[in-house]
Design a binder for this molecule. Structure first.
Ligand code: NBP
Length: 477
């Protein structure tokens, strides 16, 4: 075979990824369950590079140079297993199967183990950036063995996006499921970012009285500063868009029920298992599910709220500035929580993930790309074992400088009855980290009272139990 890489599964993602490889000078073998899609790709884009179309699995495998590199871009779940079962018997020792779908990292761990026992490398790769990213340069998060990355890395570096310093946005994340785990947390952070932006919009609309067009303008301004990011940029575009049919702002004709495909939910489920407080990400997932419960919201006309007070123009402008502070501070907290989850996953599964390089490869290509990721990279590069992003001096200073306005915004939101679960969860997290003493001590007392669960003391080692039902003396637990 002559193809350096093959792609099977030629729906939007696989098709664009295959074109990206071809445009970068690689010979690309093509395969799809329904062969007509393979030929359609060659007919339409054959002049973009060298493609080797294959109608059967055998033909596809034969088209690849050894060690074979075979990318699977099919629907995640059972279809991925079906495709692996189809191809694995045709492969030889040292060949590499790459799963670029949105697999659950636990599935990736299982598949990697099974294939490793058969001498085949299995690389679960998180790919972010949607179909545009797949074509023009995504952010790529490969797991799998170091050996497989040696063979695959140079190809991925060619097709990845380029960060502002020209570095390709791909790095070997760690063994087995590490890449898909990091992609999962990326999506969790994406949910949180989107929710925080939505809350900022809601506040500017309901409290400042801004029109969608005026809010689009405000976001465009924010996008020239520290909030500079893809999500702020596209939010401005969406808000400025007018529905052609009604002439109304587009955002006013869309049903206000957010949907989800599940990666945000996975992030929170896994965070619960690992015991990592990702409260901001969880609120973002819950906000989507709350919006979808139309029945719950039937009470909208009957539940009373506060009387709204309109702001004057100068007050509104001042409020908008405060919202920018609240948004930025809350965003720092969601990234703090997301990076904590990656750190915890890395420890749990022995992945040894370099958090600085995760931040580095999110700087371009992916949905959460943002200018401030370069500073997160800097923080982790300066101190690889930084216990938390908020332990970084610069981020601590920035969030500290924002806190007064952040509190003002939340107080106003509460007074005016605007739901801000993301902002509130972030501020509570911040205040919990700041607190000298947490009421968790009381929780421990309660647990000891009803369940003899014991507690530790601040002044000496050991575990203790108070005889609550007896003379209330303390015994060793
Ligand atoms: P889809 O997720 O819609 O999958 C369609 C592809 O899967 C087609 O090529 C289809 O073949 C193939 N397929 C199915 Br379905 N069942 C199969 C089976 N049993 N055996 C063989 N092939 C089968 O495609 P997509 O939207 O391009 O996404 C591909 C992957 O990339 C997914 O895992 C997705 O989660 C992930 N992803 C998507 C995005 C995005 O923005 N869309 C972003 C990042 C990651 P057929 O043509 O014969 O039906």
């Amino acid at each position: 075979g002559t193809a350096q890489i093959g792609v099977t599964g030629l729906a939007v993602m696989g098709r664009n990824l295959a074109r990206n490889f071809a445009r970068n000078g690689f010979t690309v073998a093509l395969h799809n369950r329904t062969a007509s899609k393979t030929h359609a790709l060659v007919d339409e884009f054959g002049d973009e590079g060298v493609f080797v179309p294959a109608d059967s699995a055998e033909e596809f495998v034969a088209a690849l140079e050894r060690p074979r590199r075979l990318v699977i871009m099919v629907k995640a779940g059972d279809p991925t297993d079906a495709v692996i079962q189809e191809f694995a018997p045709l492969l030889e020792e040292g060949d590499v199967i790459i799963d670029g779908g949105n697999a659950h990292f636990a599935d990736t761990r299982r598949r990697e183990k099974e294939l490793r026992e058969r001498g085949i490398h299995f690389v679960g790769v998180g790919i972010s950036g949607g179909e545009e990213g797949a074509l023009h340069g995504p952010s790529i998060m490969p797991g799998g063995s170091t050996e497989s990355y040696a063979s695959l890395g140079p190809l991925l570096e060619r097709v990845a996006a380029k960060a502002p310093d020209d570095a390709p946005t791909v790095a070997h994340i760690g063994p087995d499921g590490a890449g898909h785990f990091v992609k999962m947390v990326h999506n969790g952070i994406e949910y949180a970012d989107m929710q925080l932006i939505a809350e900022a919009y809601h506040l500017l609309r309901a409290v400042a009285g801004y029109s969608p067009e005026k809010i689009a303008e405000t976001f465009r301004t924010w996008n020239t500063g520290r909030l500079d990011s893809y999500l702020i940029e596209i939010t401005a575009e969406v808000l400025a868009h007018t529905d052609a049919e009604t002439g109304k702002p587009f955002v006013d004709v869309v049903v206000d029920q957010a949907e989800q495909k599940g990666t945000g939910r996975w992030t929170v489920q896994i965070a619960l298992d690992l015991g990592v407080p990702v409260s901001g990400i969880a609120e973002a997932v819950f906000a989507r599910s709350l919006s979808g419960h139309a029945g719950l919201r039937d009470v909208s006309q009957t539940l009373p709220g506060p009387r709204a007070t309109a702001l004057g123009e100068a007050e509104a402008a001042r409020f908008a500035d405060q919202v920018e502070q609240a948004l930025y501070a809350s965003k720092i907290v969601s990234y703090t929580q997301g990076f904590h989850q990656i750190q915890a996953g890395s420890e749990e599964y022995g992945w040894n993930i370099d958090l600085g390089s995760v931040a580095a490869i999110w700087r371009a290509g992916c949905i959460i790309r943002a200018a401030f990721l370069d500073r997160i990279r800097g923080a982790y590069d300066a101190q690889r074992d930084l216990p938390s992003l908020l332990a970084d001096k610069q981020f601590a200073e920035e969030i500290g400088a924002a806190q007064d306005d952040w509190r003002e915004v939340l107080a106003t939101a509460v007074r005016q009855g605007v739901p801000t679960p993301g902002f509130a969860a972030a501020l509570s997290y911040y205040d919990a980290l700041r607190a000298e003493r947490l009421p968790a001590a009381l929780t421990q007392g309660q647990r000891d009272f009803f369940g003899a669960h014991t507690y530790r003391r601040t002044d000496r080692e050991g575990s203790f139990h108070t005889l609550w039902g007896g003379d209330r003396s303390e015994v060793s637990g």
